[in-house]
Write a protein that binds this ligand. Structure first.
Ligand code: UDP
Length: 314
């Protein structure tokens, strides 16, 4: 049985990856320090013989006994308010954490896939974003702790590939949504759903004309699974190219939740908030034969079902 280590296992994406690898018949070791993860996301796996949980901060030396075939590094605070609250941990997990896991991969002769991000493109001057765009990042702005940690992560991963011949994969993840997103993580989807269900104001930042492209989590997991098993070591964008403004998005959530008390309010736009974002997924299509399948109407409906179970209407 192939063994896979998934860091950030109790997080939103990490927990869905655990489910997928269990379903595919792997032995899964889930690792997390729970600073933003939620153990409830993986509790259903605890009774399984082929699942183990290690409570550990990957910024410290990582020890895993025995054979290891694959490592997926998904540990990191990932929402803008989280990395504002935890700037040092964010920098450490992307740099020291990645270094530790690359070292572990090298010692086990394992293949490692690193979770990178559309944030490496910063506030992009090229649209849509292709993998060969170098980005427009403010290194000392509030998002710099995340963006630069992820850029360093890509750099050290490529260095291990070229210098040590390590088998590496880099996925650049664009905005993803679905069940198990943390209600209070500050990102736009959990914010809008919880506000709409509670009958509060949906906090649109700025005028709401900034754009994002939202990918349903099952599609993302499929892309990551294919990338891991491919023989391609250059970065690959995985996301849904369907782009909308934040204002349109607020209206879609309002229409779906249909709570007469919910409405739109305006809050200031955060510093360095990217104005537009849309993945060019030509590479993922050509190399992985991958494209998203779940459209936003379907994905939002499934996500709404989840938020109904974790948010109480006031
Ligand atoms: N946003 C918003 N209201 C919120 C939270 C976010 O209008 O309550 C906006 C935010 O300014 C950004 C977009 O929604 O333009 C996506 O923000 P998120 O924090 O989800 O992730 P990002 O894509 O910025 O990393």
């Amino acid at each position: 049985m192939k063994k896979v280590l998934i860091t950030g296992a109790a997080g939103f994406i990490g927990s869905h990856l655990c489910d997928r690898f269990i379903k595919e018949g792997y032995h899964v070791i889930g690792m997390d320090n729970l600073i933003t993860g939620n153990i409830a996301n993986i509790e259903h796996l605890f009774p399984l013989k082929n699942f183990e949980y290690y409570h550990h901060d990957v910024s410290k030396f990582v020890h895993v006994p025995g054979q290891l075939d694959y490592i997926l590094h998904f540990a990191s605070p990932a929402s803008p308010i989280d990395y504002l609250k935890m700037p040092i941990q964010t920098l450490k997990v992307g740099s020291l954490g990645t270094h530790n896991l690359l070292g572990l991969a090298k010692s086990k002769n394992a293949r490692i896939l690193i979770a990178s991000t559309s944030e490496v493109y910063g506030d992009p001057l090229v649209h849509p974003q292709q993998e060969d765009y170098w980005g427009n990042v403010n290194p000392i702005g509030p998002r710099g702790v995340y963006d630069e940690a992820k850029r360093f992560q890509e750099a050290i991963t490529m260095a291990y590939h070229t210098f040590h011949g390590l088998e590496t994969r880099i996925v650049r993840i664009f905005n993803t949504y679905g069940p198990r997103m943390r209600v209070e993580d500050g990102r736009v989807l959990p914010a809008f759903f919880s506000q709409a269900i509670r009958g509060e104001g949906l906090t649109v930042f700025g005028e709401g004309n900034q754009t994002r492209s939202f990918c349903y989590v099952d599609d993302l997991v499929e892309g990551i699974y294919r990338l891991l098993l491919s023989d391609y070591h250059m970065p690959v964008n995985v996301g849904n190219p369907s782009e909308i403004t934040i204002m349109q998005f607020a209206h879609e959530v309002l229409a779906l939740v249909n709570n007469p008390k919910a409405h739109i309010i305006y809050n200031p736009l955060p510093v360095d908030d990217p104005k537009q974002r849309q993945p060019d997924i030509t590479r993922a299509k050509n190399i992985l034969g991958w494209a998203p399948k779940v459209d936003r109407a379907e994905g939002l409906q499934r996500t709404y079902e989840y938020f109904k179970t974790v948010v109480t209407p006031s």
